[in-house]
Every structure is written in structure tokens, then in C-alpha cells.
Design a protein around this ligand. Sequence first.
Ligand SMILES: [Zn+2]
Length: 95
Amino acid sequence: MSGRPRIDFFVATADRLERTLEPVETGRCYACKREFSFDPGEVVTFLVDPATGLPPGFSALGSFRPATPEAVARSGDLPVCPDCVERAKRFQPGS
Ligand SMILES: [Zn+2]
């Protein structure tokens, strides 16, 4: 029988594919609007209220009010690219 080596080859290929194919999604960075690929399980996200384009509780005027449950409910997590995450870290030294 010569079938078994082929099955082994298939299993090895599938195994390798599984390790290369990370769950990668493509999206637009909330901060710089650049398109980038990310792993949804690893990416830093920012909660944004689509009505204002800002995190719930923030107004366009820069004032802050406690977020209403409605604002939080309609808000979605937007990805932030690693470059912007690094930049944000540099602006908050030792926090
Ligand atoms: Zn960015």
C-alpha cells in the first residue's frame, strides 16, 4: 500500500497551514486611518461612538460627560495600528 505516506504528507501540510494562517483581518486604524492587517485577538482597539466619532462620553467640543448606556451600546471597537499604539505609549511615560 502506498496510500499512507500521502496521508502523512497531507496531515503535515494541514498542520503547517494551521500555524501560518493566523486569524488576520484588515481594517482602518482609528487614529491614522491607515489600512493594516491585524489579529483580532491581539489588536489594540478603541471604543468609539459612531454618532460622534469619539469614545462614548466625549463630545466634539472636547468636554467630557459620563457615557450614557445608549452611547456605549451603539459604540464599536475600532482597531488601532501598532504605530499609533507606540506613539500613544510615548506620550504617556511611566503611566
Ligand atoms: Zn494608526
